[in-house]
Design a protein around this ligand. Structure first.
Ligand SMILES: [Zn+2]
Length: 214
């Protein structure tokens, strides 16, 4: 993630904002820690409408940390679970597990300040990719755009680089590890914001790696 220079006043305002957001979530997190997640969800008394779940595939950096083989395996697994044409036309979209972004159906996305891309540029694979494509490894957004656009083209999907809702800090408090095709915690009022990984779309070895890197 790129570090922006901030004045003292801006830094203080940010710290206060972050503190306030965390405090707002504290009551929810206390209940979850005390009673467990299933009991908490039940206590919300909400009914789940699957039509509200956009069918997203969530991976760190839209899959940038996967090897070529792991990425192709994931696509095969996705195709087993979904209508292939949905990859190109409808509700299915690829995005980072970072939940601060808003996805559009049928789009392969990257997002600004992606931590996964920041990790990748420091790996031998990432460094080699940057060198081969004349990219500055410090320019994480440029690398994210280049890699994701190429993936989108390969899949025949549209591509979009997204701005994050709150670029200065991450307010996620939960990790949603999905073993079902579709889920969107935002469709269930009362669930804490967090990271999501589409476990169902991975070979077990890849999904453990995703979890370790979050
Ligand atoms: Zn990201």
């Amino acid at each position: 993630m790129s570090i922006k220079e901030q004045s003292g006043a801006e830094t203080n305002a940010l710290a206060t904002d972050k503190e306030r957001t965390f405090k707002e979530q504290e009551a929810v997190m206390t209940k979850i820690y005390k009673d467990g997640f299933p009991a908490y969800v039940e206590s919300l008394g909400i009914s789940v409408d699957p039509r509200e779940y956009q069918d997203n595939i969530y991976t760190a950096g839209s899959g940038i940390l996967l090897s070529e083989k792991e990425f192709d395996d994931m696509i095969e697994e996705v195709k087993r679970n979904h209508n292939v044409e949905e990859l190109k036309n409808s509700g299915l979209c690829f995005m980072c597990m970072d939940e601060r972004t808003k996805a559009e159906p049928g789009v392969f996305t990257s997002h600004e300040g992606c931590g996964a891309v920041g990790i990748w540029v420091g790996t031998p694979e990432g460094a080699a990719y940057c060198e081969k494509n004349s990219l500055d490894p410090n320019d994480v957004d440029a690398v994210a755009k280049h890699w994701s656009k190429a993936r989108a083209e390969k899949l025949g999907m549209k591509y979009k680089h997204l701005e994050v809702d709150k670029p200065d800090y991450h307010y996620g408090r939960a990790f949603y590890y999905l073993v079902i095709n579709q889920f969107n915690y935002k469709a269930l009022k009362g669930l804490p914001p967090g990271f999501t990984v589409s476990r169902k779309s991975f070979h077990s070895r890849s999904s453990r790696k995703q979890q370790r890197r979050s």
